[in-house]
Design a protein. Structure first.
Ligand code: PMP
Ligand code: GLU
Length: 408
């Protein structure tokens, strides 16, 4: 019998591994250990000045009351205009729902679409929270592995094979967290063709890393009118505008989905913070130069990290085309042992049995925080976030190199 006071729903939920590793690294730091945190994925830049100014103005202008549940009309208009300008996608402001981060937009969408027992197809590796959101909604995760040998891209054949008559939803993410992979227009065309054969399947496209890409030619799934009536586009200001703490994301969706999500949000969290919404409006309507400046910095760091990782024997590395993550395969280290001498203390010994063990070893003995591939449903990899300074990245990669060289 289950005597817990906590609901079975929440007991079944796993804690976010990205946030957990980041928390562990902060705890070690609090003990005075100089840990380099490459676990959590967030831009290390401050929010651009003109956006902060807009927030200060919002306070002075008394934007301090409850906001409309789906967001201020001016912000939704600015988002619709951005989607029209960048992708030629036609959305009425009524189809946009602003939420407390893309995370809430995603969980709203999953809760609004998935019934008990519905299958949800998720190409993996996938961001830690997707499968947990599906679990919360009572859905069944159908993960489709796409490893480094296929550049972490699911093929049309794999997608076709994963879809059954019980499939309700597919969750795509490009640029991908954790692999950095970006689907080309042709590759998306191939997936869309499969989806056209299965009109009962709804599609979530998480494009939160859209502006952090090094391809020069980003294609959004909102550019395919064939699936517009089934597409829930997710995006937000966290990554592009270095605004993770402001908690503003949005979905652009068919009207019935937008209405359903507004009803859900109206009973759970209400409209988002008034001040953060005015800041987000400034992000979408103001100069886009800071976005490009940060993108260039991420591209330089991507090149640096890839070069350094390639020098480490046993790491299998791809060249990520977007986001700020590297997802090397580490299977050659699984099964190895370590023995760490402590001056005046007892040596610590152990065996690396999994990617999670490797992450713990790198954290405790290499003092670099990363996240295990298994947290993204693809064991045998680790994720490094390169949203850190060049100096920190060079030092972290050197620590990783030494720690791995000490395994035997
Ligand atoms: N989707 C992906 C793939 C992410 O990596 C993140 C990062 N946290 C989010 C959604 C959520 O972003 P936020 O809630 O900060 O807008
Ligand atoms: N998306 C980031 C990451 O994957 C932030 C942490 C989170 O929200 O999970 O690290």
């Amino acid at each position: 019998m289950n005597h817990s006071r906590i609901s079975k729903r929440i007991q079944a939920l796993s804690a976010s591994q990205t946030l957990a590793m980041s928390q562990k690294s902060s705890e070690l730091r609090a003990k005075g250990i100089d840990v380099i945190n490459l676990s959590v994925g967030e831009p290390d830049f401050p929010t651009p000045e003109h956006i902060k100014e807009a927030a200060k103005r919002a306070i002075d202008e008394n934007y301090t009351h409850y906001t409309p549940v789906p967001g201020f009309m001016d912000l939704r208009k600015a988002i619709a205009e951005t989607l029209r300008r960048e992708h030629g996608a036609e959305y009425a402001p009524e189809q946009i729902v602003v939420s407390g981060g893309a995370k809430q937009s995603l969980s709203n969408a999953v809760l609004a679409l998935v019934n008990e027992g519905d299958e949800v197809v998720i190409p993996v590796p996938a961001w830690v929270s997707y499968v947990e959101m599906v679990k919360l909604a009572g859905g069944v995760n159908v993960t489709v592995p796409a490893g480094i040998d296929q550049d972490f891209k699911v093929t049309p054949q794999q997608l076709e094979a994963a879809i059954t008559e019980r499939t309700r939803l597919i969750m795509l993410c490009s640029p991908s967290n954790p692999s950095g992979t970006v689907y080309t227009r042709e590759e998306l065309c191939g997936l869309v063709k499969v989806l056209e054969r299965h009109p009962q399947v709804m599609i979530i496209s998480d494009e939160i890393y859209e502006h952090i890409n090094y391809t020069g030619a980003y294609t959004s799934l909102s550019e395919f009118p064939e699936i517009a009536d089934r597409l829930i586009l997710i995006n937000g200001v966290s990554k592009a505008y270095a605004m993770t703490g402001w908690r503003i994301g949005f979905m652009a969706a068919p009207l019935d989905v937008a209405k359903a999500v507004t009803k859900l949000q109206g009973q759970t969290t209400s409209g988002c913070c008034s001040i953060a919404q005015k800041a987000a409006e400034a992000a979408y309507t103001g100069s886009q130069q800071p976005v490009e400046d940060m993108r260039l910095a991420f591209e330089r760091r991507r090149n640096l990290v890839v070069d350094l990782a390639r020098e480490i024997p046993g790491l299998k590395v791809n060249v990520p085309a977007g986001a700020f993550y590297l997802f090397p395969e580490v299977t050659s280290y699984i099964g190895k042992r370590y023995r760490v001498e402590h001056p005046g203390g007892i040596p610590v010994e152990g065996i690396i049995e999994s990617d999670s063990d490797l992450c713990m070893y790198l954290l405790e003995h290499g003092h670099v925080a990363t996240v295990a591939g298994s947290a993204f449903c693809l064991p045998g990899y680790i994720r490094l976030s390169y949203a850190a300074s060049d100096e920190k990245l060079a030092e972290a990669m050197e620590r990783i190199r030494i720690a791995l060289a000490n395994l035997f």
